[in-house]
Design a protein around this ligand. Structure first.
Ligand code: NAD
Length: 509
């Protein structure tokens, strides 16, 4: 396992795996063939660890998107007509091959994103679980409902909507790609995937695995490229019936406009500024563990991170003292080192954005605690940050930082806690710590978010609805919610017998 090897051993595995990619630019997969861009344009993929090139990547544009969309359209009838049980077998083989290559996927993901290996090893396995879950659900995906009335038997069936586009971000690319692509394929859709340009590698591994598992040519296509070019072309292509998008809220707005002329069905999983509310009757030690985990794991580059701690004033000082100790104890370093808890952030531009919140915190009047750090300020490493004595109107409380930065806001009673929690533009997740079950239900009811975890960190069950309110998203996925997005529901009304039919034009006879 990559998380039990030394940093040197992980580096060796990563170098071997990378050698396979560096011989040529990373190519698109279109209709089962690895192809360069027609323009021959490429871009450099740089590791966040040391700014070294991980190789060139083919930069796709409208031409490659059109070829991929045509291939997905051509492959659709064959794939959607395959019995669900056959799709299930192929998708289970994809999962088997992911498990076989989980170590390689984990180290590649780590060098490509900067995410610590301790989290990436389970992210690869979770990718396999996504495929298994939706593989098992594939045979029943067509099932609808029966709604008998006095005159008609109504029943509904579902059918895959057609070729779809999947656009994913850079933070945990493998896990997120599988979360979107597995239900699309299970439902019978064919896919054009546009992965994030800052972490493109594992999308190509997934495509390779899918081909080895027996997925027919054209069913899964991958076009690399920048969002404003390849991503935009995908959202505008008339053959693509729906776009499943994970990324920033502002990009979601652009995609909504780009998809409007072709009336795209859209599913958005966007940004968050998620509250964790800690009441003084909670198990404070467990709450502390969860608070630290949910903001400083995955480099804080996590949509469901609890980036605002809303803590009752009666336990505020106790909590902040221990939080400060933990932040100072966080291990920042090489993501391939199994001891590392925070790795380098994805890109210098993103680092600059995250670091800018140090100044913003001070300008807005917060007190800043910075974890011990002994690394080059010009690198992609940033220290963990803790913003104290904050209020909810500060930029550190309102804006998604998407890094290892936690804002602490005190409250005095339940209604104030809810008011602060809801007073943001986002509504993805909320976390709640209390020993009072009535309060737990009340506050969970009143939080304006798509998902609430009570006395828990984020623990996902694949059947449950995942998604956000407000600027955090549109729609839900998970379980049957995913199939609802990737499929069209058709109602069939069958008359029992001779019910009344109005006779028009028959007055003269
Ligand atoms: P981003 O919006 O910049 O990019 C996401 C993807 O969209 C990339 O593949 C990019 O190339 C593409 N893209 C960019 N412009 C486009 C355009 N005009 N048309 C089509 N595609 C375009 O997001 P990011 O910086 O890669 O990811 C971080 C964001 O993702 C954060 O806001 C985070 O909260 C969010 N996120 C949300 C979830 C969730 O489930 N809600 C999960 C993970 C990440």
């Amino acid at each position: 396992m990559s998380s039990s090897r030394t940093v040197e051993e992980n580096r060796e595995v990563a170098n071997e795996a990378l050698a396979r990619f560096s011989s040529s630019p990373l190519l698109h997969l279109i209709d089962g063939e690895l192809v360069p861009s027609s323009s021959s344009l490429t871009f450099d993929n740089v590791s966040p660890i040391d700014q070294m090139s991980l190789g060139q990547v083919a930069a796709g544009g409208p031409t490659e998107i059109a070829l991929a969309a045509d291939a997905a359209a051509e492959a659709f009838d064959g794939w959607v007509s395959l019995p669900g049980g056959e799709r299930k077998k192929i998708l289970h083989r994809v999962a088997d091959l992911i498990v076989e290559r989980a170590d390689e996927i984990a180290v590649i993901e780590s060098v490509d994103t900067g995410q610590p290996i301790r989290f990436m090893s389970s992210a690869a396995i979770r990718g396999a679980e996504n495929f298994r879950y939706f593989a098992d659900a594939a045979p029943a995906a067509l099932d609808g409902d029966a709604m008998p009335t006095s005159t008609h038997l109504n029943y509904s069936t579902r059918r895959a909507i057609g070729p779809v586009g999947v656009i994913t971000p850079w933070n945990t690319p493998f896990m997120l790609s599988t979360w979107k692509i597995a239900p699309a394929l299970a439902s019978g859709c064919t896919v054009v995937h546009k992965p994030a340009e800052w972490s493109p590698l594992t999308a190509s591994i997934l495509a390779e695995i899918a081909g080895e598992a027996g997925l027919p040519a054209g069913v899964l296509n991958v076009v690399h490229g920048v969002g404003e070019v390849a991503g935009k072309a995908l959202t505008e292509h008339p053959a693509i019936k729906a776009i499943a998008f994970v990324g920033e809220s502002s990009t979601g707005s652009l995609i909504q406009a780009q998809g409007a002329p072709t009336l795209k069905r859209l599913h958005f999983e966007l940004g968050g500024k998620n509250p964790v509310v800690v009441f003084d009757d909670a198990d404070l030690e467990r709450a502390l563990d969860a608070v630290v985990f949910m903001i400083y794991s995955l480099n804080g580059e996590r949509c469901t991170s609890s980036s605002r701690l809303i803590v009752q004033d009666t336990v505020h000082d106790w909590f902040v003292e221990r939080l400060t100790e933990r932040v100072n104890g966080l291990q920042v370093g090489d993501p391939l080192d199994p001891r590392t808890e925070i790795g380098p952030l994805i890109h210098p531009l993103h680092c600059a954005k995250v670091r800018s919140y140090l100044d913003k915190a001070i300008e807005d009047g917060a007190r800043v605690v910075i974890g011990d750090s002994k690394f080059d300020p010009n690198s992609n490493f940033v220290p963990p940050m803790l913003f104290l004595e904050a209020n909810n109107s500060m930029r550190i409380s309102q804006e998604e930082i998407f890094g290892p930065a936690l804002t602490v806001i005190p409250f005095s009673d339940e209604s104030e806690a809810v008011q602060i929690a809801n007073d943001v533009e986002y509504g993805l997740a909320g976390y709640l710590w209390t020993g009072d079950s009535g309060r737990a239900h009340r506050v969970a009811r009143d939080l304006d978010v798509g998902m609430v975890w009570v006395n828990s960190q984020n623990v996902r069950h694949l059947a449950t609805p995942f998604g956000g309110t407000k600027r955090s998203g549109i729609g839900r996925d998970g379980g049957d919610y995913s199939f609802d997005f990737y499929m069209e529901t058709k109602n069939i009304a069958m008359a029992y017998g001779r019910h009344d039919i109005g006779k028009l034009g028959a007055a003269k006879t």
